[in-house]
Design a binder for this molecule. Structure first.
Ligand code: TXA
Ligand code: MG
Length: 337
C-alpha cells in the first residue's frame, strides 16, 4: 500500500475524513501524540488498526469525539464527576473511561464493557472528526511497544506501507499521551496513565484522585489490572534504557565509568557541560521533557545507541508522565545514587 502524506488544508483534511468514513486507517495529529485513526464503529477498520500496530487484541482503543455532548451516544452511563471534568478539561488531553453501549463494538474496547472517551483540542484532529462524522478510534501511531510518534515523519517511519495516509499537523504540542482516568465512585478519579493533566489539576474538580499502583510499579504476571495497557512493555526504543536518579555530578561520575561505543546519556538541558560522554538533552523542566522525550528516544535509535543512561526526571506534576514512560522503558529498574 502506498501511504499518502496529506497536508493541513481543507482539501486534504476532507480526503482524510473520506478515507476514515470508508473504513481506512489514517495517521492523524493530536495535541498529545499522533494517532492511528479509524471509524470506531467499523469492526473491520478497527481490526486494521490492531494489525498495523501489531497490538494485542485485548488492549482497548480510545474513542475520539468532536464534542463531549456526543459522549452520550456511545456510553451507557456518564457519571456526574465526568461531566464536571469535561466542563473544565474538554477539549484536551484527558481520556475518561466509562461504561460503553453497543455502538462501540467489542473489538474497539478490547473485549471490555467500558470505553475511553477523549475530545482532542488539536484543530486538525477536530476538523477530521467533524468532516468524517465518525467516532474515531485512535491509539498512538507507533508500532506496538515503540515510543509514540510526535511528528508526521515518525508516523511515516513506523507505518509507511501499512496505512492509507498520514496527515501532517506539525509537532505534537505536549509530546506524551493523554491522562487516562476511570472512576471509583462519584467523587473519586483513578489515574490509569499520567499525562499533562495532572493529579493537582484533577483535584480542582474531584474530592479524591488515586494514582493507580501500576503507574510506578511493575505488574506481576497474572495480576488483575485496571487498564490492559499496564501489562505490556511500552515506550521502548531498541536501545536498553537505564534510569539513574542522581545529581548531575554523581550522574556524570557514574556514566564516565560506563563509557563505550554506542553508549549514550540523556540528560537535562544544562547538564551537558558536566558530561564528556556522547550526550543528548531532553529539556530543563517537566513540560519540555514531556515534549521532547519520545523524539529523543527515536533519535537515539537512529544514532545506533545500544545503551542509554537517562538522568531520571522529577516525578512531580507533569513529570509523573515522563517518569512513568521512562520507568516502563527501563523495565522498572532505577539506579539511585
Ligand atoms: O493521547 C492519547 O491518548 C493518544 C492520542 C492518539 O489520543 N492515544 C493513545 O492511545 O495514547 P493508546 O491506545 O496508545 O493508549 C491508550 C491507553 C492504553 O494503555 C489502554 O490500555 C488504555 O489507554 N485504555 C483505553 N481504553 C481503556 C478502557 N476502556 N479501560 C481501561 N484502559 C483503557
Ligand atoms: Mg500507545
Amino acid at each position: 500500500m502506498n501511504t499518502l502524506l496529506l497536508k493541513n488544508n481543507e482539501e486534504d483534511l476532507k480526503k482524510a475524513a473520506d478515507m476514515i468514513r470508508s473504513g481506512q486507517v489514517v495517521g492523524i495529529p493530536t495535541e498529545t501524540v499522533y494517532g492511528l485513526g479509524a471509524d470506531a464503529s467499523n469492526e473491520n477498520a478497527v481490526r486494521e488498526i490492531f494489525s498495523a500496530k501489531g497490538r494485542p487484541s485485548d488492549n482497548p482503543l480510545i474513542v475520539h469525539l468532536a464534542d463531549f455532548s456526543q459522549a452520550a451516544e456511545y456510553t451507557a452511563y456518564i457519571p456526574e464527576i465526568a461531566k464536571r471534568l469535561a466542563e473544565k478539561f474538554c477539549p484536551g488531553a484527558l481520556t475518561m473511561v466509562m461504561p460503553k453501549n453497543n455502538k462501540i463494538p467489542m473489538v474497539t474496547s478490547g473485549g471490555l464493557d467500558t470505553v475511553g472517551i477523549r475530545i482532542p483540542s488539536h484543530p486538525v484532529m477536530h476538523r477530521i472528526i467533524e468532516l468524517s462524522g465518525c467516532p474515531i478510534a485512535a491509539p498512538s501511531a507507533n508500532i506496538s511497544g515503540y515510543p509514540s510518534p510526535t511528528s508526521a515523519s515518525h508516523v511515516m517511519n513506523d507505518m509507511s506501507g501499512k496505512i492509507s495516509a498520514v496527515v501532517d499537523g506539525g509537532n505534537s504540542e505536549y509530546g506524551v499521551e493523554s491522562t487516562v482516568i476511570s472512576f471509583d465512585d462519584e467523587n473519586t478519579a483513578r489515574i490509569l496513565r499520567p499525562g499533562c493533566i495532572t493529579r493537582d489539576m484533577l483535584l480542582e474538580v474531584c474530592d479524591e484522585v488515586i494514582i493507580d499502583r501500576a503507574i510506578l510499579n511493575e505488574v506481576a504476571a497474572g495480576e488483575k489490572v485496571s487498564s490492559p495497557g499496564m501489562k505490556y512493555k511500552h515506550y521502548s526504543p531498541r536501545a536498553d534504557i537505564i534510569m539513574v536518579e542522581a545529581s548531575v555530578q554523581k550522574f556524570a561520575e557514574y556514566v564516565s565509568l560506563c563509557d563505550g561505543e554506542n553508549i549514550y546519556s540523556l540528560v537535562y538541558t544544562g547538564d551537558e557541560k558536566y558530561l564528556s560522554h556522547r550526550c543528548f538533552t531532553y529539556g530543563a523542566d517537566s513540560s519540555e521533557q514531556a515534549h521532547l522525550l519520545f523524539r529523543r528516544l527515536r533519535e537515539l535509535d537512529e544514532m545506533g545507541a545500544e545503551r542509554v543512561y537517562v538522568r531520571a526526571p522529577s516525578p512531580d506534576g507533569v513529570g509523573l508522565a515522563v517518569y512513568n514512560r521512562l520507568i516502563r522503558a527501563a523495565g522498572f529498574e532505577v539506579i539511585k545514587l
